[in-house]
Design a protein. Structure first.
Length: 435
């Protein structure tokens, strides 16, 4: 039987035929030094394969320590340097990484494996070095006596408040495997929703980018060649051609200022959006935009009902669930509406009335939630609404793409076709004069 037990500073407590092999005291007593990390493989006297990592001064020291605990080293080499690149302000862990971890973790807990062993296995098999370090750090804190939920709190960029609250509810209720399965299902549907939204934005963004790049190349590289040729003719240029030539000359002269202006606009936009009041204005306007506003509202409703339904079905109190749901709303106007509902519920009111007062959620959604609250099946009703609005988002994305696509094609055709006509008009005029 092959065993793959990776560790950083410690080795297995004992190997076969080495019963009195204690854990070296230096591993606990000596502070961790800036030694070199080595990757090792060794076999026990029974032939079992062990793997791991160890910090030491050289490979000989690693081999000596392995032999001291009854292991026969077969491979010891310096660990390759790992370079981790991530965007500042992000965790470096993707939604897919977290989804796979949650699904596998739920399966292992459901199979009866101890929590620490699950974390050890999942950490060491993770393809993401960043996520591996996070999982192993969580494992270390759990081993030290912390609860799983408290250990997750040390990594808020990876595990959001929703994830932590649900895991805490699962631990308290002794149903962590059930909660993790619900979390996995929630993450799967959330990732699917994100893919739909990104898919709707990718195509227009690509077409617009191509149009801008093509236009810039035509004006900066191609037009000057035609302009020089037309100047040699000594004839007055047709109006469309003259407009293109003048635009090319202006762009060549002021392109640096134009680029700086774009950068300034982007920076100002980011600053405004990060400001709470500015973000609120932008989000309010976005909800009122034609086509896009309706889609944004459907996405917000799907996210709200899915998150709240998952938390309520997991035993999280309604006020705590609404607090977390508000923070994950993705739109400040929707967030304000949820906090308003939460405040009214804390005063003793039901959920349907305040939801209607916000004028953020469609009346159908409010009425269905009211029915769910009255029948005691609000979590099931919320999940049904979320499923319905997931389909609505699908239809909305398809409709948006179908509506935008012809306009983008016409725009690109006008840009390229208009340039070609403008450049060839003088040539046609000259050819007609020669005849």
């Amino acid at each position: 039987m092959a065993v793959n037990a990776t560790t950083t500073t410690t080795l297995p407590d004992k190997a076969p035929h080495a019963e009195a092999a204690p854990r070296p005291a230096a591993a606990k007593a000596v502070p961790k030094k800036s030694g070199t990390t080595f990757v090792w493989e060794a076999r026990t006297k029974a032939g079992e394969l062990r793997k791991g990592e160890m910090e030491a001064t050289d490979a000989e020291a690693v081999s000596a320590r392995l032999k001291s605990i009854g292991l026969n080293p077969t491979k010891v080499k310096r660990k390759p340097l790992e370079i981790h690149l991530r965007i500042p302000g992000t965790s470096g862990v993707t939604g897919k990484d977290l989804l796979v971890f949650t699904r596998q973790f739920a399966t292992m807990i459901d199979a009866g494996l101890p929590l620490v062993q699950c974390l050890d296995i999942l950490g060491n098999q993770s393809d993401s070095a960043t996520f591996k370090n996070v999982i192993l750090a969580v494992k270390a804190k759990v081993e030290a006596g912390s609860t799983f939920a408290d250990a997750l709190k040390d990594h808020p960029r990876v595990f959001d408040e929703l994830y932590i609250q649900l895991c805490q509810a699962g631990e308290v209720g002794g149903i962590l495997d059930t909660i993790l399965n619900r979390l996995a299902a929630y993450k799967e549907k959330s990732e699917k929703l994100k893919r739909k939204v990104k898919g709707a934005m990718v195509y227009p963004a690509i077409v617009i980018t191509v149009a801008i790049v093509v236009t810039a190349l035509l004006l900066l590289k191609v037009t000057p060649v035609f302009a020089k040729m037309f100047a040699d003719f000594g004839e007055a240029l047709p109006t469309p051609t003259q407009v293109v030539v003048d635009l090319s000359a202006w762009l060549q002269q002021y392109i640096i200022y134009l680029a700086l202006g774009i950068v300034v606009v982007v920076v100002i936009s980011v600053i405004v959006y990060r400001n709470p009041q500015g973000r609120r204005v932008v989000d309010r306007v976005s909800l009122k935009l034609p086509l896009i506003g309706d889609l944004i509202r459907k996405i917000a409703v799907a996210r709200f009902t899915r998150t709240l339904g998952t938390m309520i079905s997991s035993g999280v109190p309604i006020l705590d669930a609404l607090d977390v749901t508000a923070k994950t709303a993705g739109n400040r106007i929707v967030e304000d509406g949820i906090y308003y509902v939460r405040a009214k519920i804390s005063e003793g009111k039901n959920i349907a009335g305040p939801l209607m007062e916000t004028k953020v959620f469609p009346s159908m959604v409010v009425q269905m939630i009211g029915v769910g609250e009255a029948t005691g099946a609000m979590d099931a009703m919320l999940n049904k609404i979320a499923d319905f609005y997931d389909d609505e988002v699908d239809a909305g994305v398809a409709a948006l793409t179908a509506t935008i696509e012809p306009f983008l094609m016409v725009f690109l055709g006008i840009v390229v076709g208009g340039f070609l006509i403008a450049m060839y008009l003088p040539i046609f005029s000259i050819a007609g004069a020669i005849k």
